[in-house]
Design a protein around this ligand. Sequence first.
Ligand code: SF4
Length: 293
Amino acid sequence: MTKQAILGAREARGRTRAKAPFLRQGRRASAPTNGQTLEPRPELNGYYQTLSEALGPQHWWPARTPFEVIVGAILTQNTAWTNVERAIVNLRRERLLAPVAMERVSRAQLARLIRSSGYFRQKARKLKEFVRFLRRNFGGSLARMFRTPTEELRERLLAVHGIGRETADSILLYAGGHGVFVVDAYTKRILARHGLAHEKASYEEVRTLFEASLPRDTTKYNEFHGLIVNVGKNWCRTRNPRCEECPLKPFLPGTALQIAERTGRAQQAAPPRENLAAQADGVGAQSTLVMLG
Ligand code: SF4
């Protein structure tokens, strides 16, 4: 069994033990099964609006330059952001946060500097592969690279060793300002628990669902991903989700807002949302991205 499968199985067991409200209700919304095309869900705009009002700007992604975003997107694969921060500090101190410098340094030295991010030998290779790709295909220029049409660049990034879908989309959106929605484990968990997608829906299914449901607005995609990570870290945990305090509780299947929306009385049913930002405990700008592809 792969590590990801083991994590998925643990997550599934955790949900069962947690007896979250959506399970206690004894009902599951009619989520599309794996493999089906997911229909657009216009209500996701309401999720975004609610989270924006409750939690405010997320200031995502925490980086000083587009190249630093790319380095961070690779280093944060399978680890917490706090571990990445130490590696970034080391790279900045050694003046390696530039494509040319990173290509020149030895892979062994690079690995030593990013040790805190875990899987450091593999990640050193991934960083090296990316800067080589950048030089060979775009003369080392990120500006040139990001002038490539979105779909074409996405395909080319996915062909680079160590860049999976979530990493590619993080690079496209947060470093290049391309209109792609970044999906992570939190996104899938929230959609599954709200009956909007099957828990085994693929990355591409979920990405397409968001992009078909929301206006193509880079700022909105940027913020929404940060808001989802915030919810995943603070309320929608693998075990013991805190639905009662969660800003998305009104959207849970079977809650007052859901019923009112069906009967055209959503405004009256929406509960007050004061103080939710304070519950977020300041997390957002430096949240964890895990299970990157
Ligand atoms: S997003 Fe919030 S309300 Fe929805 S399942 Fe997760 S914790 Fe519960």
